[in-house]
Design a protein around this ligand. Sequence first.
Ligand SMILES: [Zn+2]
Length: 513
Amino acid sequence: MQQQTNRQITAAVPKDAAAVILLSKDGTKVLWAQRNPELKFLGGFHGFPGGKLDRDDEFCDVRKAADKDQAALIACAVREVFEEVGVLLVRNGEKLTKGQRASLHDDLVAGRFKFSEILETWGLWIDAADFSYTGIWTTPEFSPMRYKTRFFIAVCPEKQIPYPAITELQKIEFIEPNAALKLWNDSNVLIAPPVLISLRALETAIQKHPADDRKMIENSARSLLKTSSRADGNIDFIELNSRLICLPLRTKTLPPATHTNCFIAGGQRFVVIDAAAKEPSEHQKLFSVVDKMIETGAECAAIIVSHLHKDHFGAETALKSHLQTKYSLDVPIAAHQLTAESLDGIVSFDRLIEDQEVFELSDRYGKQFELRAPHTPGHARGHLCFYDEELGFLLSSDNVVGFGTVVIAPPEGNMIDYLRSLVRMKELPNLNFLCGSHGAANADARLKIEEYIDHRLMREKQIAEALKNGISDAETIAHTVYPHLDPPLMRLGVNSVRAHIEKLQTVGEGLNF
Ligand SMILES: [Zn+2]
């Protein structure tokens, strides 16, 4: 995130999970919902109901399953759908009234009865044949929470209407896959890769078999299973919208992050931002994505370094040489002047990026758009963000990140500049989503930036209080305001306190600058 640390974090072990691609009775629409923005995992993203395997799932009555594991995963899928959207995908369930289902739901979420007990008591069972398996997807390593999720297609029973049964999902609706994809295309929603892949497969299958839901489901399941097997369940990159790819690359960054997001903005004409990795295997991941684009006629306009920190460069020179050797292309490496000066002798820059400079790019269909580069110092003097105003999508680099905190360490870091940059970012016209250099994208950019500003001002108040009480030593203050910080990270905490003190002594408290 900011500076290198010798501490290595190993990737989280994926937990078994299941999700349901729930179709409307006529098979033309699919159920999706927005995940509560407060959720740590993909908060604010649109997705399907689902969740992690429970110990009780293996005790549920599941008939016709291939084996015990499949039975438990299907039970997990059924339980999650019932918990989250109130739909009960069981046999013999038509005898239950809406009120009885609601009461059973209450028993389940309150923990009065286990799902297996509910099924048994009411003479209900799950028929595995009602679920078409579409494969596994595993959350990439960069995420601190990871799931190995099995996706199943099922059809919503008649007379059951999904509703937000718990706070986890909101804005629940049945939507035609092409309408969902249009919303994503225009950057009105964020979608995780398996959901995007599923929507695309459903859209194609519905076009092929508009009047035959059985064939449509079989076709979707077959094509999805093929896609998942080909990728071995691994997600290589995340398409944030139709013209923005996020490719997390392993870097020696600051815990809890393990990766830096490399962004490919544009389609037919694109830029690569923060080709960060130093390991050759990570270079190859980036090259293979860029090569595919170049080989379909796309043009790489620049390789950009957002700021000077070591976890934000490392593959830029290798990528430039690769494109030179393989395709005889001369792609400039670019950064803000202050970054280029700091990295003099380490990275050779071909051009400098001015505040508000505009990159004229085009998407995969050739439609032109602008990517602006506001100079946003504070975390680093030459720090750049990147803004697609038309879609309201901000790449906030290290100024706002998906998880962990941003350290402002003088002399490179400056708290006045940082707060000023955050205010400037918050006021960007049409701002909707953001994605930082570490972690997932955020579905409410303004709110997220406001949280960052509030957090800094809260910290500032504590530090101002300590100064008023006669404590002026940054280290002593840091131990008071960051009591739970790991000892290896305390140095960064002390630096942050120094930045706050410097700001307080220059402009006082608040946003008075
Ligand atoms: Zn940084």
